[in-house]
Design a protein around this ligand. Structure first.
Ligand SMILES: Nc1nc2c(ncn2[C@@H]2O[C@H](COP(=O)(O)OP(=O)(O)OP(=O)(O)O)[C@@H](O)[C@H]2O)c(=O)[nH]1
Ligand SMILES: [Mg+2]
Length: 252
């Protein structure tokens, strides 16, 4: 009898990704088909000002396994949340449109879920076996400072909470993202914001008792102009404190 295909939903949050989204979708499609997955891709856009939505909508006409969600609220966190809550397959991965972590790393994440019964398997740019290509030193340093704050205030023992490539068992993904408080939605004026929703998701996963594995991957720095790193880092630290307060109050 033929082996049952693994079912995977891939959620891609997008903000102004007209330069690369179609190429990324094509690459993903060919990878998923040649590795015999039962797949769907959900593009989750909120507020792109360029042709991202139009290009994806045209593409969908020829590709019924791909869908697009247009969320009401700005920010990467709420977009990922909407995608995960809409996903239908047994496993759900969210990943960045620039494919900074290549899709082939999915196999390494899957090993821990399928063979060691972890619930959440997250890509990491730290630890033995991880490789960072092309990242400016200052960005790495900012990441390390942020991680120190995260470890002190929110989740200890995870050396990179921010890599945009995380795999969940379906029920874990739904339960965790269903409980986001800080990154449920935003009412601030519309602008892209990466945020620390990963931190909130991992905090909730810990509280719910899910097993989390941090998996070192190869990652390539892909620069973007849309983000103000200094301003966003300050907002992210503020959000980590909010997450901490929600933990202390028992809100999760
Ligand atoms: N839906 C949505 N997606 C967003 C938003 N901001 C960023 N994204 C997406 O989140 C993913 C990661 O964004 P990047 O700009 O690559 O962020 P990054 O790689 O963490 O940061 P850089 O190192 O500066 O590139 C991409 O797929 C973006 O399109 C947003 O406000 N809404
Ligand atoms: Mg990127």
């Amino acid at each position: 009898m033929e082996d049952k295909k693994i079912g995977i939903s891939i959620v891609i949050p997008t903000f102004n990704e007209e330069q690369r989204i179609i190429q990324s979708l094509e690459l993903l499609k060919s990878y998923l088909n040649s590795n015999n997955y039962d797949w769907e891709i959900i593009v989750s856009d909120n507020g792109s000002k360029d042709k991202t939505v139009q290009l994806v909508e045209d593409h969908i006409k020829r590709n019924t396994r791909i869908s697009i969600l247009k969320s009401e609220f700005p920010g990467k966190g709420p977009a990922v949340r909407a995608g995960i809550l809409a996903s239908k397959k047994d496993f759900v991965l969210f990943m960045d449109a620039d494919m900074a972590t290549p899709i082939k790393e999915l196999e390494r994440l899957f090993i821990w879920i399928c063979e060691q019964d972890y619930d959440v398997s997250i890509a990491s740019r730290e630890g033995l076996g991880a490789f960072r290509k092309g990242e400016p030193y200052i960005r790495h340093l900012m990441g390390r400072v942020f991680n120190t704050a995260v470890q002190l205030l929110a989740v200890s023992g995870i050396n990179d909470t921010q890599c945009g490539f995380k795999l969940f068992k379906k029920e874990a993904g739904r339960e965790i993202f269903g409980k986001l408080i800080v990154y449920r939605d935003f009412n601030e004026k519309s602008r892209p914001y990466l945020g620390a929703f990963d931190v909130e998701a991992l905090v909730i996963a810990n509280i719910l008792g899910y097993k989390i594995k941090e998996v070192p991957v190869s990652w390539t720095y892909v620069p973007t102009k849309r983000i103000s790193h200094i301003r966003d880092s300050i907002k992210m630290l503020r959000d980590v404190i909010r997450i901490r307060l929600n933990v202390v109050k028992g809100n999760y």
